[in-house]
Design a protein around this ligand. Structure first.
Ligand SMILES: Nc1ncnc2c1ncn2[C@@H]1O[C@H](COP(=O)(O)OP(=O)(O)OP(=O)(O)O)[C@@H](O)[C@H]1O
Length: 284
């Protein structure tokens, strides 16, 4: 695949701050054509020791849209999400085979620095996990790590505003992030993830620990963020996927991607009986 695959580009960006794009690959058979895939997986397998968690995943993830990954527990949604920014590298027994392209560069090539990759592809987790630091320092963290500490205050304000949190915390930037409500903490984590200006935000069930009102705020925020970023979200909540995503991927037990389509099409007219059974609640 690599020989005929997309052209090599730097994941840490070119000198003007942009990333070059060399996407020439065809979409997998049976998948809808995506005009601007920012992430493409091809025949991606993931193993934990001898156990195979994902089987031959082909997916084109479009730029500046929300792609939802749904499916029953243990079907590999989080594993796929983590393979996009190589978070699976942190699991000793995890092994990846196949290709995962970000803007045309295979992120598993030897010359890719996973830390640089994660600057471009940020992540928000299920349980809000602010650092035990001030709100200001939480958001500044990624900027400082990257040495982007010019106009830090301005960047902090921008990120908090972008995460729909600024109005609520403007007067308490030096208070601990841990003193915020769960929903606010999750928006703080989103502000922390977007402050270094990534291109893609991965979210692993970002609202599952939140009450309905906080969940609704996060959902609105995700839709807004997709105007600027590519968002990939794992959710157990099919209504949430239907509400906020443009594309939906359904994984089923055993780690197979069974269907990937425009969300409206997939929910209204699923191709496979198994997907129909899943989304109508017959199992899962
Ligand atoms: N760190 C790990 N070590 C060993 N096996 C793992 C690890 N993480 C996941 N697995 C296994 O890989 C498979 C897929 O798990 P994964 O967490 O990706 O599924 P999921 O669809 O996200 O599940 P859930 O919806 O319950 O979070 C499961 O069989 C799981 O037990």
């Amino acid at each position: 695949m690599t020989a005929n695959g997309p052209q090599t580009v730097s994941t840490s960006g070119s000198s003007d701050g942009s990333t070059d794009v060399g996407m020439t690959d065809d979409p997998p058979l049976g998948s809808p054509r995506v005009d601007d895939p920012v992430i493409m997986s091809r025949d991606l397998d993931v193993y934990y020791g001898d156990d195979q968690a994902l089987h031959g995943i082909d997916m084109d993830i479009p730029e500046r849209q929300v792609t939802a990954l749904i499916g029953p527990s243990g079907c590999g949604k989080s594993t796929f999400l983590r393979s996009i920014n190589r978070m699976n590298d942190l699991i000793d027994i995890a092994r990846v085979e196949g290709d995962l392209y970000f803007r045309g560069k295979n992120v598993y090539d030897e010359d890719v620095d996973p830390v640089a990759l994660r600057r471009k592809i940020g992540m928000v987790f299920q349980t809000p996990n602010p650092f035990p630091k001030s709100i200001r320092d939480n958001v500044a963290y990624g900027l400082k790590v990257q040495g982007k500490d010019d106009d830090v205050d301005e960047q902090i304000h921008k990120a908090l505003e972008r995460a729909a949190l600024l109005e609520e915390v403007e007067d308490q930037l030096d208070s601990s992030g841990l003193d915020l409500s769960g929903g606010q903490q999750q928006r703080l984590c989103i502000a922390r993830a977007i402050a270094p200006d990534p291109e893609v935000i991965l979210m692993d069930e970002p609202a599952s620990a939140l009450d309905p009102i906080a969940t609704s705020k996060i959902e609105d925020l995700i839709e807004d963020l997709a105007e600027e970023y590519t968002v990939v979200i794992v959710t157990h909540n099919m209504q949430q996927a239907a509400r906020i995503s443009d594309k939906t991927a359904v994984f089923l037990t055993g780690g197979h991607l069974v269907e990937f389509d425009d969300t409206n099409e997939l929910f209204e007219n699923p191709e496979s009986d198994r997907v129909e059974d899943y989304i109508t609640g017959k199992f899962g």
